[in-house]
Design a protein around this ligand. Structure first.
Ligand SMILES: [Zn+2]
Ligand SMILES: [Zn+2]
Length: 165
């Protein structure tokens, strides 16, 4: 969605709210998966307060991935909020990293949401903090019970031993 910001820049006190869904199912993560299958819900508001145009965006999405330890599928609810100040000319640049310069009063909200959602995606995914993961020997999910393998030899010598075998 491209926003026309002419009115927002020119009228103090201007408010505008935008709500829509953005399809981010084409986003591919580093492991080659497509974690944002469901449309991302976007609620954005524009406010001109004393000549300063603020953009507040809230997004809600479902992040489909798997547990880093046991590979169980996970669907995480993600809520991400970001605030920026929009400016018309470069003269106001340099004050803050939150400033965005807008060309010709046109602002690509889709691109802004896309970039910020990706920047704020969680790097770690665990089905639970206590997840025991998979047995390195037999691959059994240890959350479902012990497999009976002897995994006690995790001393530095076991690495050496495996090199000598
Ligand atoms: Zn897990
Ligand atoms: Zn095992």
């Amino acid at each position: 969605m491209i926003l026309d910001l002419k009115g927002v820049f020119e009228y103090e006190g201007f408010n505008r709210n935008v709500s829509y869904e953005l399809d981010m199912s084409g986003f591919e993560d580093q492991s080659g998966g497509f974690p944002l299958k469901e449309p991302v819900i976007v609620n954005a508001s524009l406010r001109n307060r004393a000549g300063v145009v603020g953009l507040h965006v809230e997004t809600q999405s479902v992040y489909s991935t798997q547990c880093d330890r046991c590979c169980a599928p996970l669907n995480e609810q993600l809520s991400i909020t970001f605030d920026n100040v929009l400016v018309r000319d470069a003269a106001s640049e340099g004050d803050s990293g939150d400033l965005i310069k807008v060309e010709e009063d046109k602002f690509d909200l889709d691109e802004h949401v896309w970039t910020n959602v990706i920047l704020n995606l969680p790097m770690k995914h665990l089905c639970s903090e206590a997840c025991k993961g998979l047995c390195p020997k037999c691959g059994k999910n240890l959350n479902e019970g012990d497999c009976g393998c002897d995994n006690s030899d995790d001393s530095p010598f076991s690495v050496l031993k495996s090199l000598l075998q």
